[in-house]
Design a binder for this molecule. Structure first.
Ligand SMILES: C[S@@+](CC[C@H](N)C(=O)[O-])C[C@H]1O[C@@H](n2cnc3c(N)ncnc32)[C@H](O)[C@@H]1O
Length: 120
């Protein structure tokens, strides 16, 4: 697939997801959903497992809501990952999960937008 300049490329995608998913029926958290690159690969690897995604950015949440419609094992929440404990209890009904991932890098579409604003 050809990538456009503003399309986000998930970093260490296979490496991080391979390390994260140890139980295909487990419960997982993506603390920084972004455009869902890591989340989608986690969902591919899961069987009956479930994944809870977080992001604060409304554009990321739009992408997450769309993925929620496609895959009932996935839930997106618009909140900081700092508050994940309360959402894990509310969504999964338990207080521990099998793995949490956080991609604390930059989101390429956001960087592109910033560079346009700074150049204008
Ligand atoms: C590098 S991107 C993640 C990209 C994602 N892994 C992917 O493959 O598409 C980082 C994301 O973290 C989000 N973010 C930053 N601080 C956050 C926080 N405190 N809680 C939740 N999300 C946060 C940003 O809005 C951004 O969408």
């Amino acid at each position: 697939m050809t990538k456009t300049m503003a399309e986000h490329i998930s970093v260490m995608l296979n490496e991080s997801v391979d390390m994260l998913v140890t139980d295909v029926n487990g419960l997982y958290v993506d603390g920084t959903f972004g455009r869902g690159g890591h989340t989608r690969l986690v969902l591919e690897k899961l069987n009956k497992g479930r994944l809870l995604g977080f992001d604060k950015d409304p554009v990321a949440i739009r992408h997450g809501k769309s993925l929620e419609q496609e895959d009932t094992r996935f839930t997106i929440v618009q909140d900081s990952f700092a508050n994940m404990a309360e959402h894990i209890s509310a969504v999964f009904g338990v207080n521990k999960v099998d793995g949490v991932m956080m991609d604390l890098g930059f989101l390429l579409p956001r960087l592109m937008m910033l560079s346009v604003v700074l150049a204008s």
